[in-house]
Design a binder for this molecule. Sequence first.
Ligand code: ZN
Ligand code: ZN
Ligand code: FE
Length: 746
Amino acid sequence: MTGVAIRVRGQVQGVGFRPFVWQLAQEYGLRGRVWNDAEGVGIEAAGERLDAFIAVLSARAPKLARIDAVEVSAFAGDLPQGFEIAVSRGRGAETCVTPDAATCPDCAGEIRSPGRRQGYAFTNCTHCGPRFTILHGLPYDRAQTTMRAFPMCPDCQAEYADPADRRFHAQPVACPTCGPRLWLEVGEQEMPGDPIALAAARLRAGEIVALKGLGGFHLACDAHNPRSLALLRARKRRPAKPFALMGHLATLDRVAVLTVADRRLLGDPAAPIVLVPSRGALPEDVAPGMTSLGVMLPYTPLHHLLLDAFGGVLVMTSGNLSGEPQVVGNAEAREKLARFADAFLMHDRDIARRLDDSVERSQPPMILRRARGRVPGTLPLPQGFEGPPQVLALGGQKKGAICLLKNGQALLGHHLGDLDDVLCAEEFGKAVTDYAALFDHRPDLVAVDAHPGYRATQAGRAMGLPVAEVFHHHAHLAACLAENGWPLDRGKVAGIILDGTGLGPDGTVWGGELLLGDYLGFERRAWLKPAPLPGGDRAAREPWRNALVRLDQAGLSDWADEHFADRPREVLRHAVAKGINSPISSSAGRLFDAFAAVLGVCPGGVSYEGEAAMRLEAMASRSPDMGVGFDFVAAGPEIDPFSMWHDLRKLLVKGTSVSRIAWFFHAGLAFAFARKARGLVENGDALAVALSGGCFQNAVLHNLTVWALGEVPVLTHRVTPANDGGLALGQAVIAAARVGRRAEIL
Ligand code: ZN
Ligand code: ZN
Ligand code: FE
């Protein structure tokens, strides 16, 4: 009898793929075998209904599987009488760890039904549960996870060993007899009683509860209770940064407007925080100045049970000291979170890996923070990047994330936070060694940002490997190309790169650029008229500084004097005139700050990064306007906001609403850059337009730019962040492209 050999590539290990194949083979009366190996899953099979089996293999695959390819070839070797799950062959270093997945419907039902897992907070199966956050090393089996401390009871063992069971080879399988235990702790004393009921009662009473989740501790409080919100803000010294929320879908429906796409994204196994329009039903203090809310569904049985008992929407903000990474250990939580939390909902399963919640949007689709549920997922690289080298790229400074390139795949690591913070920088170092070990990665070279002051750049230079330096905005452009599968030799695109700051090749600080380029190089074809950043980094924290220099530049010093009468204007003007600590920059982010400050939005200081721009976006999103907005002068390559400031002054005098004005600003900027970019496509220089840089996380700006580009093909970020969290991917592909080019020349 002739059979076939089938090779399945993609995310097919640790997701129940082998038992799925086994069950399918029973159904279709096949004999043969299935196994895991370094390339994914291998199958050898024979039988009457082989074709039908192959036809449904992809369609019916387990929900956590992602199939990149199914390759079928003839097979004439020996096969067993029945169908067996064979031992793994070799080490599957690239494909065998999957991201953590939200509780599946079966497990969610099980914890609410009579049975041994009723009310059990650590229920999981092959289709759901912790993965990456409990993993110490490879291969991915229980002994290498934090579940090692919990030997399986006979019942769990039986499920684990039965290919017909939903828990076959589910490494974290557990039950109340053998698994982790939950308790509520107050003042380091364990409270008697049901910990879930006790925690829910405290939350209803307005208290703040620290709870241990998948990738770290959260601080939870009643999102409907203004006193709890004020208390949490005061204790965390976090006056305005929006809080993430968690609730069952039915309760979220009452506080947010959820589209079909939002519901789909909320229900994704990654269970990200999704930014959605607010109904205004919750106190303003949840997200001051915002028109949207960040909401997520419960993603562990613990969350499900807590929300069942609580009955409303909970604030679920990361448990950390401001700027530091999230707390993961019980002892660390007791030490660091005691002043924030009235009680701790604790358990005894360790967190092996710190991971924040991912933050995403469904419309336009984008990832603002890539972490839990999305890592360690790999991205297939475009044509031309199939072979060596293996590259390690170290990313930027404010939103650290590293990227590993190997065998035509990119692994973009998780969000590490601001590397200015010592603990975040430590996390960065850990991530470098950790991912290398997990993915059996041996870098041939290391790619870094050209900025010599970035910690990541310094770390890269100290590694003793060949170093590829990449300019910040080129990396943004290349990241967008790579994510969109743009082949290595396809040709050039126009990149509208709008962000905070990054070092440009001319030694000035860039941030509002139109680049023409590809993986191998770029030219700067247009830019936002530069202005000084008085005080350097302080300019990013105090928006009025940017407003002052921009208004002075537009000949509106008198107006600036009126606006900022109580600020040290002359000191600043003097510093700018003398060039003291006032680097020149074309940053679009700082223009947002300047504009916001003139409208009275946090002129004196932002309380979190991007606050002024986010508030401005929220204002613009309330505007009913259409049209092209403010005029930016763009006679040569320089896009100059000169006349915009004069128009703004007139509108304010006329009493035009700030939301309309904010909208005019977004539209004006979008159209100014879009017009230039379209020109490059229309004259044949570019094949498409790519949008990248942190400003494109602004949905109003994003949508307006896409609209202004009209029929021109547009590439946007969907699965990697447009902000500096995606920088490492761009650095990696640029470095790889350079090596390829060198090999060609030799
Ligand atoms: Zn499950
Ligand atoms: Zn058990
Ligand atoms: Fe950037």
